[in-house]
Design a protein around this ligand. Structure first.
Ligand SMILES: [Zn+2]
Length: 207
């Protein structure tokens, strides 16, 4: 009697990581599994002989869509939402430090800008606490925000900052230098920054 051997090939996946990511297909933050595959030779449908490894991929736990692992470098919706108020707070502090952080009009505009970006209940005490942080501490938040914003939105943020700086009079040298440094952290070119600064100054002089 001869035994009929049923050989086959199958990829066996195992989970090597998990977390939350933004799934484009679902349109929201979802749980994912990072999965590594390996081809196996199967005998009677049971993997018996391990062959070569296949690439790793990310799979959405909800819709089962597979993605290349680079998808994990993109921010989740929750991270993007958190980046707005954090970035705005860092922005207004960077601008205020270069001018007069005690100027009441500038502070009010700064607080309004941070609150408008979603920093709930932002007030003078919160602003003072942020201003007490070392200046370099806010730069990652500014860079993260800049990376998420469309070019027009970056220009809008910079223009708002210039209006804060203009609250206590014309831009000073240090304020101009700070504005250009902030613009660079927002991923704007110097030419863009200079253009926004000039237009905002002109509008303020006319208003
Ligand atoms: Zn999905």
């Amino acid at each position: 009697m001869t035994m009929l051997l049923i050989w086959g090939l199958r990829i066996v996946y195992r989970t090597i990581g998990q977390g939350m990511f933004f799934c484009r297909k679902c349109g929201g933050d979802r749980k994912y599994r990072l999965r590594a595959g390996r081809r196996f030779c199967t005998l009677f449908f049971i993997p018996v002989v391990p062959l070569n490894k296949t690439g790793t991929h990310v799979r959405c736990q909800t819709c089962k869509t597979r993605y290349v692992t680079e998808v994990l470098k993109l921010p989740t919706a929750a991270q993007m939402q958190a980046a707005m108020p954090a970035g705005a707070r860092a922005l207004v502090c960077a601008m205020l430090r270069a001018g007069d952080p005690e100027c009441a009009v500038a502070r009010r505009r700064a607080i309004e800008m941070a609150a408008g970006a979603g920093a709930q209940d932002y007030d003078d005490a919160a602003l003072d606490a942020d201003l007490a942080q070392p200046p370099a501490a806010g730069r990652p938040a500014i860079k993260t925000l800049g990376g998420q914003l469309k070019p027009e939105a970056r220009e809008w943020y910079l223009a708002e900052l210039i209006r804060i700086a203009l609250a206590d009079g014309p831009l000073t040298g240090p304020e101009r230098v700070a504005a250009e440094a902030i613009a660079a952290d927002l991923s704007m070119t110097l030419a863009q920054a200079v253009g926004v600064i000039m237009l905002t100054e002109q509008a303020a002089n006319q208003g």
